[in-house]
Design a protein around this ligand. Structure first.
Ligand code: NAD
Length: 414
């Protein structure tokens, strides 16, 4: 069959197997080339880096930041990896989710490079999957020296009570109206959200806060599968003030603040028990499957990308995670953190000169009342084409070198 993108309400509902696989290979090639460059420049990287990770568990391994973390661990450091994600498998005639194809591509490349890996498809919030990962670590005779927590999910079942919690993407305290942009057409719209009630805010913390991460570390520690000195890192976003009402000061930000508080508590415990540590890394805002549906974010990101590309500091998931590993986690000295104990790999996004320019462009767009002129202005001031490419490439479309008119015989393989 011929596979073309099917986009509904800012979500791409199918994936291209060969396109997804190529994107994984591109990320692997990037990491290998960058590691070689760092080594040539005399930096301590790769297997010989001080404290280089030998075995890494990635929760949320199939797309976005989790996939890029797994690729960095395996292909910059040669680390054995165990990955957990929750993806729909393709069938012979029907598309699976992109992460299904990404996992197949990662496993294939890892095996070809002789790097041990095991991928688990299932609900990471369940104790059954935790038990499965523990069994796998024992069977592989590995102890993790890094656990990456990169899960983004709209729902979570509490394993103690069986209650299903749903997260909300809402402001807190007052309604929010923000501009949205359709990445496919460049059409600007507006989206309003009523403020969350206390229950919705608490439920979002249940899903995206630190409770599940803490449970993972507790059970892995008890099972003896964490190495002495093991670190764990989860990901957060802060972003500039234009996005705070819906993100940092909204329900999702409340969950992220809980995650950050959890890291501070876990850090103390891990230091005392296994000489380890827990961190939250604040990453750059990027187009992944989760971020495309948040109001204002696509417009902000398309302006941000233009400004950062012009300055030469734009990064995607893989550039961010390669830098997180090489310049923060495994740079050979104490992991640098800010006053709130956060790793800041969003430093180039938050560069005051970048933010001043993005704010200026946001204000120019807000001042233009005429819809058509506003859309033309966004096309000029922003990087909608780049945004659209990233949006499609996350599903294996618009990837260079892939023939999208070629027949795809089966949708359950790459
Ligand atoms: P993503 O949607 O690309 O990836 C989410 C991953 O979680 C996938 O591997 C998916 O399979 C997995 N997952 C979801 N539910 C699961 C479940 N029940 N069991 C097992 N796996 C499950 O998301 P992303 O954008 O890479 O986000 C990852 C983390 O990074 C999140 O914490 C997010 O808040 C954070 N972050 C994202 C951005 C951004 O702009 N995208 C910026 C900063 C931080």
């Amino acid at each position: 069959m011929i596979v073309k993108p099917m986009v509904r309400s800012n979500i791409c509902i199918n994936a291209h197997p060969a396109g997804c696989a190529r994107e994984v290979v591109n990320q692997i090639d990037y990491v290998k080339a960058k590691t070689a460059k760092r080594a040539a420049a005399g930096q301590s990287v790769g297997k010989s880096a001080k404290n280089a990770p030998k075995a890494v568990l990635v929760l949320g391994c199939s797309t976005g930041y989790g996939l890029a973390s797994r690729i960095s661990a395996a292909f910059a450091y040669g680390a054995a990896t165990v990955g957990v994600s929750f993806e729909k498998e393709g069938t012979e005639g029907k598309s699976g989710t992109p992460g299904f194809y990404n996992n197949l591509a990662f496993d294939r490349a890892s095996a070809a490079a002789g790097i041990p890996c095991k991928t688990v498809n299932g609900d990471a919030f369940s104790d059954a999957i935790r038990a499965q990962v523990i069994d796998i670590a024992k069977a592989m005779k590995i102890k993790f020296d890094l656990v990456v927590y990169s899960i983004a999910s709209p729902v979570r079942t509490d394993p103690d009570t069986g209650v299903l919690y749903k997260s909300a993407l809402k402001p807190i305290g007052k309604p929010y109206t923000g501009a949205t942009v359709d990445p496919m057409t460049g059409k600007i719209g507006s989206m309003s959200a009523e403020p969350a009630n206390d229950q919705e805010a608490a439920d979002t913390v249940k899903v995206m806060g630190g409770e599940d991460w803490e449970r993972w570390i507790a059970q892995l520690t008890a099972a003896g599968v964490l190495a002495t000195g093991c670190a764990t890192v989860a990901y957060s976003y802060v972003g500039p003030t234009h996005t705070h009402a819906i993100y940092r000061d909204g329900t999702i930000g409340g969950a992220k603040k809980h995650l950050e508080k959890t890291a501070r508590a876990m850090s103390e415990r891990m230091k005392a028990t296994i000489g380890g540590d827990a961190f939250v890394s604040v990453n750059k805002g990027l187009v992944t499957r989760s971020s495309a549906v948040i109001p204002v974010i696509p417009m902000y990101l398309s302006l941000l990308f233009r400004v950062m590309k012009d300055k030469g500091t734009h990064e995607g998931c893989i550039e961010q995670m390669e830098r997180l590993f090489a310049e923060r986690l495994y740079a050979g000295s104490a992991v640098p953190v800010d006053a709130d104990r956060l790793i800041r790999i969003d430093d180039w996004e938050m560069d005051p000169s970048v933010q001043a320019e993005v704010s200026k462009r946001m204000a120019r767009l807000a001042d233009e009342a005429d819809q058509e002129k506003r859309e033309a202005l966004l096309a000029e001031l922003g990087d909608l084409a780049g945004y659209r490419h990233d949006f499609l490439a996350a599903n294996g479309f618009d990837v260079a070198g892939i023939d999208y008119d070629a027949d795809v015989p089966r949708m359950n393989e790459i």
